[in-house]
Design a protein around this ligand. Structure first.
Ligand code: SDX
Length: 394
């Protein structure tokens, strides 16, 4: 379809064929991180522990987990000069634009991360990235609503710290709701890695030139922003709101999505690999029902989403093409219930995907035989033609 075939063995070695990080079976709807099913990790693990598993290849011992957690706690602040970057952004700046720029700028404050051959500081660099992205994300939200930045607090867990930075205000104490911390851990775990998706392939391709971790992940953030990829979770809510304001008739939108003359697609539906129900969507849908009931929230968009899914999954167009809800279909419903604005949804996806990006970048850099990614193509342009002088052209 695209006239693009990867035939360069160097690229095949470097960026995409072998990895021991994540296994997914699109036909059976199976997803495992380092062999462990996401259903077990979602139920029993935390995002910090799952991050360690993805990045270092095994579940941490007690002492390894304690050391990793301490590193994340100790490296959550951004340099005060970086805080001043926010003065230059308009309050309407999309937080994904800020996130990518700020992550790239971390390489200016930690130059020891630039030489990827020097792995002496790699653990600290990984901890800095995984920890500071929370702070950057929360500060970009506070900037957008004109509230004072709330600094990280060393007494709080990874997710509780992020929620506190996002939603507390100096004027009153913010009560951490453990159910919200739990569902946030689940969401971040379910987004943590997904094999060679668009943004992870971007991180690997950029990193294959020996670009540093901050630069490679900044590129991955840009790729994730696209509405066909991580940006879909924001587009799903926009779509559901359009259905609601149109009177809630989901069959009208299912029909529109089948109409090839419209460029409308059901956002949050379909997947490059899953030709079955995305296992993450199953868990997110159940979590949405649970947390909304716990918080006493009746979100009309959840009802519309469920009716849309039921209608589409009865329609031969979707059944024949094996188009099912993906990870983005229900996640926005939970983010809304937790108080995140829609323009933060893809930032939440990026926060979750960080350990996956880091793990793939590290796996590639740990491979001494790795080569720079250099895809080839099937050329479809003009054959050899002579230069035409300007006055002879139409
Ligand atoms: C993510 O790769 C990953 O792992 C990504 C991700 C991760 O964790 O990193 O899982 C995260 O990106 C999830 C996907 C989020 N994007 C969306 O929800 C956007 C809406 N979905 C589509 O645009 C689409 O389904 C894709 C991009 C996700 C997948 O596209 P494919 O597999 O390349 O499908 P296709 O474009 O080849 O379409 C096949 C057919 C086409 O119709 P025909 O040409 O056969 O007639 O299915 C149709 C498409 O028109 N189709 C849809 C549709 N998705 C595909 N029709 C209506 N609505 C849709 N959502």
């Amino acid at each position: 379809k695209t006239g693009y075939v990867c035939i360069d063995p160097a690229f095949v070695n470097t960026a995409s064929t072998t990895s021991s990080i994540t296994f997914l079976d699109g036909e059976k709807g199976i997803l495992r991180y380092r062999g462990i099913p996401i259903e077990q990790l979602g139920e029993k693990s935390t995002f910090v522990e799952t991050s360690y598993l993805l990045i270092y290849g095994k579940l941490p011992s007690k002492s390894e987990l304690s050391r990793f957690s301490t590193l994340l706690t100790r490296h959550s602040l951004i340099h005060e000069d970086m805080k001043r970057f926010f003065d230059g952004y308009p309050s309407t700046a999309h937080p994904m634009a800020i996130l990518s720029a700020m992550v790239l700028s971390l390489s200016s404050y930690y130059p020891e991360a630039i030489d990827v051959k020097n792995t002496e500081h790699l653990d600290i660099t990984i901890a800095r990235l995984l920890s500071k992205v929370r702070t950057i994300a929360a500060f970009s939200y506070k900037k957008s609503i004109g509230q004072p930045f709330v600094y990280p607090h060393n007494s709080l867990s990874y997710c509780a710290n992020f929620l506190n930075m996002m939603f507390s205000v100096p004027a009153e104490p913010y009560e951490i709701d453990e159910d919200i911390v739990k569902v946030l851990n689940l969401l971040l775990i379910l987004h943590a890695d997904h094999e060679q998706n668009c943004s992870t392939s971007t991180v690997r391709l950029v990193g294959s030139s020996k670009a540093n971790l901050f630069a490679s992940v900044a590129a991955g953030i840009c790729a994730l922003w696209g509405p066909l990829h991580g940006g879909a979770n924001q587009e799903v809510v926009t779509m559901l709101e359009a259905i609601r304001s149109d009177g809630g008739d989901v069959s009208k939108f299912v029909k529109l999505a089948k109409d090839k003359t419209s460029n409308f697609r059901l956002m949050g539906f379909g997947h490059r690999v899953y030709k079955n129900y995305d296992p993450r969507a199953v868990l997110i849908k159940a979590a949405a029902d649970k947390i909304l009931a716990k918080l006493g929230i009746k979100d009309p968009l959840l009802d519309i989403a469920q009716r849309l899914e039921e209608t589409a999954l009865k329609d031969p167009y979707f059944v024949e093409r094996k188009l099912y809800p993906n990870v983005d279909f229900y996640s926005g419903i939970i983010y809304r219930a937790l108080g995140f604005p829609t323009n933060m949804f893809t930032v939440m996806f990026a926060l979750g995907r960080l350990p996956g990006w880091i793990a793939h970048w590290k796996e590639m850099n740990d491979d001494p035989t790795g080569k720079i990614g250099r895809p080839r193509q099937i050329y479809t342009g003009e054959n050899a033609v002579d230069y035409t002088p300007l006055d002879e052209r139409e």
